[in-house]
Ligand binder design. Structure first.
Ligand code: NAD
Ligand code: WQD
Length: 342
């Protein structure tokens, strides 16, 4: 039996491209929309190559309600996964209006059109950033959200609330917010992966670019935190595992197994890894030496956070499967692929 179709907004991006692959693998049809503001068509071509499917792509800005409506008119899909957003935390502090405009308008447009066209299911890309600096580890979905420390983080909290209020008000609409921890790695084919523009702000792209000789030296931001080795702790989740969580969320809504119209799930491994542990693991698995130095703390960094993913394990039937070594090997294979290195 042919499964239903999913609209993937931001499908040319890092997580959207991997999710598209997993949706196709699971038998869904997919339509991708993206304005290519932080991606290019190579990712879509990579997804087509991996899956062997000529997935439809529409270049449209989700903030353009009229343009976006045409996609709803043209394609029959029951579900939407909304990845489209601007995501650089630091940039959001410099350009708050751009972030509020893009992230809120695009999301409200999606919900508006879903109502207009009677499309029932939406998965929203939220983030562990909503927890701020937690008092207790690991964090569950019940851990209180903290006031956001950046406009970006605020858009995630606001969109969660918009989704909650919309499914309450509009009969027939169901939503799942997935709170991702730190997505890293690339598809095992090395045909798709993360493509940061300019100097990477995130740890793993900085590590792989340093290993490739593009950056001279990785700065480890702080080794005097109250953690076992003094560096910050995160829950690094493989992007392919993360992609599969979206398939599980879509399936749950289509099969009507959700317990309420709005649900939230942490998507992480449940394991906290320090910056220094990650650096040494990267060196070990890829058999290279990384040039790094200890640098001052980065302003605004959370000391430690990792997920309790029990709810996703039991309710979504999803569990992170890939090992950190596999993930770090995939990140390096991808970097070598895009740099044309052997
Ligand atoms: P990404 O930048 O690689 O992908 C986002 C895609 O959305 C890009 O292809 C971009 O061109 C597109 N886009 C942005 N605004 C758009 C608009 N108005 N209309 C159409 N397309 C638009 O980012 P990603 O890492 O794949 O993140 C996907 C989602 O997951 C985002 O919502 C992000 O906030 C969220 N998230 C990411 C992380 C992370 O660390 N990568 C963590 C938690 C949550
Ligand atoms: C991880 C660790 C750094 C770079 C961000 C967003 C968050 C979410 C995920 C979207 C930290 C350290 C980093 C470097 C370093 N995104 N580091 N040297 O800060 O956990 O979260 O991405 O929702 O909202 O804030 O991720 O990859 O930037 O940092 O030492 O050059 O690596 O201090 O401890 P972060 P990150």
């Amino acid at each position: 039996m042919k499964k239903s179709c999913v609209l993937v907004s931001g499908g040319a991006g890092y997580i959207g491209s991997h999710t598209t692959v997993e949706l196709i693998n699971a038998g869904y049809d997919v339509v991708i929309v993206d304005n290519l503001s932080n991606s290019d068509m190579k990712a879509v071509e990579g997804v087509r190559q991996i899956t062997g499917v000529d997935i439809p792509f529409v270049k449209v800005d989700c903030c353009d309600l009229e343009g976006f409506r045409k996609v709803f008119e043209q394609y029959q899909f029951d579900s939407v996964i909304h990845f489209a957003a601007s995501k650089a935390v630091g940039e959001s502090v410099q350009k708050p209006l751009e972030y509020y405009r893009n992230n809120l308008t695009s999301f409200m447009n999606v919900i508006t059109l879903m109502r207009e066209f009677g499309r029932p299911n939406i998965v929203f890309s939220s983030s562990c950033t909503v927890y701020g600096e937690p008092e207790k580890q690991p964090v569950t979905e019940q851990t209180p959200r903290k006031p956001a420390t950046s406009p970006y983080g605020n858009t995630k909290q606001m969109c969660e609330d918009i989704l909650r209020d919309s499914v309450t008000a509009y009969a027939g609409l169901k939503g799942i917010a997935l709170r991702y921890f730190n997505p890293i790695g690339a598809h095992p084919s090395a045909l798709i992966g993360e493509l940061p523009r300019g100097v990477p702000q995130n740890l793993v792209p900085y590590i792989t670019q340093t290993a490739a000789g593009i950056r001279e030296c990785l700065s480890v931001f702080g080794d005097d935190y109250p953690t076992p080795d003094g560096s910050c702790i995160r829950d690094y989740i493989d992007v392919v595992d993360l992609a599969k969580a979206h398939v599980a969320a879509i399936r749950r809504m289509i099969e009507d197994k959700n317990k309420s119209s709005y649900e939230i799930f942490n998507i992480g491994t449940g394991r906290g890894v320090s910056v220094l542990e990650l650096v040494h693991e990267f060196e070990k698995v890829n058999q290279l030496k990384l040039n790094y130095k200890i640098a001052p703390r980065r302003e605004g960094d959370i000391i430690a956070i990792w997920a309790d993913p029990t709810l996703a394990n039991t309710e979504l039937g999803w569990k992170a499967e890939r090992t950190l070594d596999q993930t770090l090997a995939s990140a390096w294979a991808w970097e070598k692929h895009i740099r044309g290195m052997k």
